[in-house]
Design a protein around this ligand. Structure first.
Ligand code: ATP
Ligand code: MG
Length: 416
């Protein structure tokens, strides 16, 4: 026997039983985000590597070690998308969407690729549900984004949710603060982990993320960006918080919040779930006012979020999603009735019913058992001269003309 081939490490198959729960998440997104004026967008699975190098930030974990980068036949360097924001900003610029009424709002449900250590809640191909609102700096947009995400997590049933919130200020504030933090880190260099020490120049903010005990001790006394915000940024942040307070959304202010993407400015947030283990991050996002300009577009303020589908489902637990109900199962009593039965099922679907026909040549008894397994509401048994329609709930049955099966089911479905 030939050796069996397995799915690559860090990937998984979505089997039909799992698909129902994912469909429910997608439907919630369509309802909640679509209803708020967000339109669906899909971008290519791979992009020019340069997009992520510039858009995500050269110093980030994603760009430094997690990208699937390859050269295509024409010698171009391409990368499987590791996140959704940079591609959507690229599309916004490419299609001249700054000419549309602002903000332009998008949502997506796509898979992303990162070369990471595969474990529970961490995959190499994973799915995210996200949204971006591009073209407005108004704090209303930040608050709306956060509230829509909270509503989504609630609709999906994510348990024990916690929201952490901070503001990074603008790029200028951050640059000044960065120097202050770098000077502070250098003064305590001997107590820091090697990784943090090596990153003082490149990404000093990540020091707040470290698990290393010495580093953590040093960081307890570190200056905080939240205390250094310009008046304008502080006002913007206060406005966002006031809107969340009015909406009764609970959050913790966390001045040490950092996220693994370089493009954030001002509002920054992360939703975690205590129902998850080590990989507790369910969703995150923030404002990224400088990104579009960095990608060669006009200076454009924007805000967005991304939520991990696998972690949302894990944190939602095993609450069952109803299987697709079957309105009509079409059985046949004789070989000669196979074709008429097939035709009735097809017609029924065109009439809007969920209808299936026997496909495995079972005995009539076996067909009825199969209809029962599927939970079919009605069964039509087609014979050589006529049909019998059985109501599976009441057990009642009557002989009918084959042409009457669909109208009868439609009428009774409606009156139920
Ligand atoms: P983490 O800190 O867990 O690595 P992250 O900061 O890299 O997360 P983001 O890039 O902000 O995550 O992505 C948003 C969400 O996408 C995360 O909160 C998480 O739910 C999900 N996510 C990120 N990476 C993975 C992955 N490799 N597998 C599954 N889900 C992921
Ligand atoms: Mg990560």
């Amino acid at each position: 026997m030939s050796p069996r081939i397995q799915a690559p490490r860090g990937t998984y198959d979505v089997l039909p039983d799992d698909a129902a729960r994912r469909d429910a998440v997608e439907a919630a997104a369509r309802r909640i985000l679509g209803g708020a004026g967000y339109g669906r967008i899909e971008t290519p699975a791979f992009e020019a590597t340069e997009l992520f190098a510039r858009g995500v930030g050269a110093s980030t974990d994603i760009v430094q070690k997690e990208m699937y980068t390859f050269e295509d036949g024409g010698g171009r360097s391409l990368t499987l998308r590791p996140e959704g924001t940079a591609p959507i900003c690229r599309a916004y610029v490419e299609h001249g969407m700054s000419r549309l009424p602002q903000p332009v709002r998008f949502w997506y449900f796509e898979s992303f690729f990162r070369y990471e250590r595969a474990q529970a809640g961490r995959y190499r191909q994973f799915w995210q549900l996200g949204a971006e609102a591009i073209g407005s700096a108004d704090p209303l947009v930040d608050a709306e984004c956060i509230l829509l995400l909270a509503e989504l997590l609630d609709a999906v049933g994510v348990r024990e949710v916690r929201l952490r919130l901070s503001s990074l200020g603008t790029a200028e504030t951050r640059a000044v603060y960065r120097e202050e933090l770098q000077a502070y880190l250098r003064r305590h260099e001997d107590q820091l982990s090697e990784e943090v020490r090596n990153r003082i120049d490149l990404n000093p903010l990540r020091a707040f993320d470290a698990d290393h005990p010495g580093t953590r001790e040093v960081m307890r006394g570190a200056p905080l960006l939240l205390d250094r915000l310009s008046d304008e940024d502080a006002e913007h942040f206060a406005a966002v918080r006031a809107l969340l307070d009015d909406a009764d959304l609970q959050y913790e202010l966390d001045p040490t919040l950092v996220r693994g993407l370089d493009y954030y400015a001002r509002t920054l947030f992360e939703f975690t779930s205590d129902a998850l283990g080590a990989q507790s991050g369910v969703a995150g996002g923030g404002r990224y006012d400088g990104l579009i300009e960095q990608l060669g577009g006009p200076a454009t303020p924007a805000v967005g979020f991304a939520a991990g589908i696998e972690r949302m489902l894990l944190a939602a637990g095993e609450h069952p999603v109803a299987a697709m109900p079957v309105d009509l199962y079409v059985a046949y009593a004789t070989d000669g009735a196979r074709h008429p039965a097939f035709g009735i099922a097809r017609e029924a679907r065109r009439a809007g019913l969920a209808a299936q026909v026997e496909l495995a040549g079972r005995s009539l008894k076996g067909q009825l058992r199969q209809a029962g397994r599927l939970g079919a509401r009605f069964v039509a048994i087609v014979g050589d001269d006529g049909a019998t329609l059985r109501d599976m709930e009441s057990g009642e049955q009557e002989d009918v003309e084959p042409g009457r099966v669909i109208p009868l089911v439609l009428r009774r479905e409606k009156s139920l």
